[in-house]
Design a protein around this ligand. Structure first.
Ligand code: BTN
Length: 236
């Protein structure tokens, strides 16, 4: 199994940018960039990822998977499983995975995952909220942290090491096994939701994920297979 080599910083723009640069310069698989704070933390769809210094696990890992670029999103499933297992084992919480890779506790988001790539290497960026006791008003109702949930460990350095180890352990598994582990944490099975994507929206109940990681939604007209979505909204 690949042993993570941690490169620790006090502050960087984005750990994904540093890891992408290191990957371009030939850094091996196992390279992990971690920092206490980011000045330009990046989320999905061009959003910002903001966290006060020392409050989060912030890491980006360099991987060199033998996968076509179209399959790099499989890495996000591996990352989500690694976070869920780490949070359960180290913090004694019961996380859920909201398709495709949001890690939730009590229906609130605990972690974000961003997979990017360069020159045959992938960078898996993970931000886990650990010590935050409050959030900015725009996410106050939807975000949470390990401390807010009463997790038994809020030592960001320890959690960073545990997560890096686990990420490479899960990455070493076959995708079939990664999905099997992912299903154990699946959020929302049987819930009535609206899945919103560029092409429109689909309403139905969450039936599971298939062997490619696509979301299965049971609608009145049969089962629909969703491969990408902008949002999944619950009907209350
Ligand atoms: C999301 O929008 O949910 C994904 C957020 C990903 C944030 C992490 S923090 C470590 C890495 N560096 C970044 O700039 N982004 C990712």
């Amino acid at each position: 199994m690949i042993k993570p080599i941690l490169h620790r910083f006090d502050s960087v723009g984005s750990t994904n940018d540093v890891a992408l640069e290191m990957a371009r310069e030939g850094s091996p698989e196992g390279t992990v960039v971690t920092t206490l704070s980011q000045t330009k933390g990046r989320g999905r769809r061009g959003r910002q990822w903001v966290a006060s210094p020392g409050e989060s696990v912030i890491l980006s890992a360099v991987l060199r998977p033998k996968l076509s670029i179209e399959r790099y999103q499989e890495l996000a499933f591996a990352a989500a499983v690694a976070v869920a297992e780490m949070v359960e084992t180290e913090c004694c919480l019961q996380p859920k995975l909201k398709w495709p890779n949001d890690v939730l506790v009590r229906d609130r988001k605990l972690c974000g995952i961003l997979v990017e790539h360069t020159d045959g290497a992938a960078v898996v960026g993970i931000g886990v909220n650990v010590r935050q006791m409050e959030f900015a008003p725009e996410i106050a109702d939807t975000a949470t942290s390990i401390a807010l949930e009463g997790g038994t460990c809020t030592d960001t350095a320890k959690l960073t090491e545990a997560l890096a180890e686990r990420l490479f352990a899960v990455y070493a598994l076959e995708f079939k096994e990664i999905l099997a582990r992912w299903r154990k944490y699946m959020w929302g099975a049987g819930r009535l939701v609206e899945v919103v994507s560029e092409g429109g929206s689909v309403s139905g109940t969450i039936a599971g994920i298939d062997d490619d990681g696509a979301l299965l939604i049971q609608t009145d007209d049969g089962q629909r297979r969703i491969i990408a979505a902008d949002a999944i909204r619950m009907f209350r």
